[in-house]
Design a protein around this ligand. Structure first.
Ligand SMILES: NC(=O)c1ccc[n+]([C@@H]2O[C@H](COP(=O)([O-])OP(=O)(O)OC[C@H]3O[C@@H](n4cnc5c(N)ncnc54)[C@H](OP(=O)(O)O)[C@@H]3O)[C@@H](O)[C@H]2O)c1
Length: 283
């Protein structure tokens, strides 16, 4: 997959199913349902974002849908992702879970539907979920399908069983949790990596390498972390409920990290994770 560097938040990366995904969007994990979510979506779309990431788990799908509708921006210009929680693994439950999400969102289709975690009663249930997502795509209810928190082993399980390669794998991904092996595997199979916790949830903004690179470009640590992901071809979905931060996090398209800065940032990998759960531990 070779792509030109994106020129703005609405720039899209190609997906292996012929669709395209904005390179950048708004995360909404732990964004309060109700007016907080609706306002964050409105501010983000007003700042040029063209994608919102939600999940059944976040209890804010209805407000994401309301925010998208209220924006007045054409539906096909805004990319909406939601996810099936791991209590819903299985073919029938995946169908039910998707329809419930679609109803809460108040939309006709979802742009990307993800299996939130590979955690399932058994590999057979996990594969049945994937067959469920294939059906949803075939029925035209979601445009692209993918997975989240899948390790190479979980991805290989799908590849061995299914004719449909996930379009996306959304994983914890920032300079401190960067897995070149997973990256190479996904690149080889045309699976787009999407970065959750791209800002390390603010926990590593004081890292000296990040601070030095930020200083060299007169940018903030948040902007450097997002820019690093974009230059790797990842989809970046920083979350904020503050208008100034929503704007700040999107101001990443008018500077570039040098090759040596990218290497220095890559070399920060090795943890610790900021989120709970490690895909490698899931059987
Ligand atoms: N698939 C999965 O399992 C999974 C797991 C986790 C997350 N996600 C998705 O990925 C998205 C992003 O991940 P995340 O929310 O965990 O973490 P994140 O985007 O790395 O960080 C969000 C945190 O950083 C703060 N923040 C945002 N911009 C900032 C800035 N410019 N300066 C200082 N602090 C800033 C936010 O606070 P304020 O809101 O107060 O500004 C919030 O506390 C989620 O929202 C969700 O959509 C997916």
């Amino acid at each position: 997959m070779t792509d030109l560097l994106p020129s703005g938040p609405a720039s899209r990366w190609r997906l292996n199913d012929g669709n395209a995904i904005p390179c950048f969007g708004l995360g909404t994990f732990q964004t309060e349902p109700g007016s907080t979510t609706q306002q964050a979506v409105r501010w983000a779309l007003g700042a040029g974002y063209r994608m919102v990431d939600t999940a059944a788990l976040y209890h804010n799908e209805a407000d994401v849908g309301a925010g998208v509708r209220a924006s007045g921006i054409a539906r096909d210009e805004v990319f909406v992702t939601t996810k099936m929680w791991h209590s819903e693994h299985g073919f029938e439950s995946s169908q039910r879970a998707f329809r419930a999400s679609l109803e809460r969102l108040g939309l006709d289709t979802v742009d990307l539907y993800l299996i939130h975690w590979p955690t399932a009663p058994s590999p057979a249930d996990r594969l049945a979920s994937w067959q469920g997502l294939e059906k949803l795509k075939k029925d035209g209810l979601c445009r692209s399908i993918g997975v989240s928190n899948y390790s190479v082993r979980h991805l290989e399980e799908i590849l061995a069983d299914s004719g449909t390669v996930p379009a996306v794998n959304q994983v914890e991904l920032h300079t401190f949790v960067y897995d070149p092996e997973l990256h190479a595997f996904c690149t080889r199979h045309g699976i787009r990596l999407e970065a959750w916790a791209p800002l390390t949830r603010g926990k590593r903004f004081d890292d000296p390498t990040v601070v030095n690179v930020a200083g060299a470009h007169r940018r903030t640590p948040a902007q450097v972390l997002v820019r690093w992901g974009l230059q790797h071809g990842f989809v970046e979905i920083p979350k904020s409920v503050h208008q100034d931060r929503i704007r700040e996090n999107a101001q990443v398209f008018d500077f570039a990290l040098t090759a040596s800065e990218m290497t220095a940032l890559d070399d920060l990998r090795g943890g610790p994770r900021v989120g709970a759960g490690n895909p490698a531990d899931i059987p």
